[in-house]
Design a protein around this ligand. Structure first.
Ligand code: AMP
Length: 116
């Protein structure tokens, strides 16, 4: 179920190139074009969901899949033990700019808290 004007649906459809690092039946992950850390990967569901606010009870497994992908990616990138962050922004006030949910997986440097 892809949305015509969605950048990440276009990546899923192969219309826009991306450096894909992980693929499963429910999700893909690719490197962020403007990385904020040595490793910055975005994990997205294959199904278009605009924001966290659009999640429904039936999406439980899908959201779990995104985090299991993040765990795998952290191991692949060698940052699982050191530490990493897996976060999702919701709506413009939190910095969401692409309205297809995505988990930012960031690591490879020290990360401070709270984020800006
Ligand atoms: P957010 O601001 O949370 O919606 O995150 C969107 C992310 O998508 C940003 O970190 C952007 O750098 C990233 N981004 C935008 N366009 C692309 C693209 N074509 N390929 C990879 N990452 C992208």
């Amino acid at each position: 179920m892809s949305q015509e004007d969605c950048l990440f649906c276009k990546i899923l459809d192969g219309e826009i190139p991306a450096d894909i690092v992980f693929e499963s039946d429910s999700a893909i992950a690719f490197r962020d074009i403007n990385p904020q850390a040595p490793t910055h990967v975005l994990v997205i569901p294959r199904r278009h969901i605009a924001t966290i606010n659009d999640l429904e009870a039936g999406d439980r497994e899908l959201v779990g899949d995104l985090y299991l992908a993040a765990k795998q990616i952290a191991h692949m990138e060698g940052m699982a033990d050191e530490g990493y962050r897996a976060v999702m922004n919701c709506n413009a006030g939190a910095g969401q700019s692409v309205f297809h949910i995505h988990l930012h997986v960031l690591g490879g440097r020290g990360l401070t808290w709270p984020p800006g």
